[in-house]
Design a protein around this ligand. Structure first.
Ligand code: SF4
Ligand code: SF4
Length: 66
């Protein structure tokens, strides 16, 4: 059984494009503003069905699939 994906480890690994947010079939991703006003995706583990579409769509392909 895979785990809920980790979209990025550091903020530098995410450009905030929200492609993952847009593609998630379960609305499990919320874009959350940080204290500098940039939005980063946060996965709701309760809703996530671990389909990994968000990881596939992410332009930051150096993200490791765990
Ligand atoms: S793995 Fe699938 S369900 Fe979970 S956050 Fe990503 S796109 Fe949404
Ligand atoms: S698709 Fe990747 S770069 Fe774009 S917001 Fe999601 S995690 Fe960040």
């Amino acid at each position: 059984m895979k785990d809920v994906p980790i979209l990025f480890k550091e903020k530098a690994d995410c450009c905030g494009c929200s492609a993952c947010y847009a593609i998630c079939p379960k609305d499990a991703i919320n874009m959350v503003e940080d204290n500098e006003g940039f939005e980063y995706p946060k996965i709701d583990e309760e809703k996530c069905i671990i389909c990994y579409q968000c990881v596939k769509v992410c332009p930051f392909k150096d993200i490791k699939l765990s």
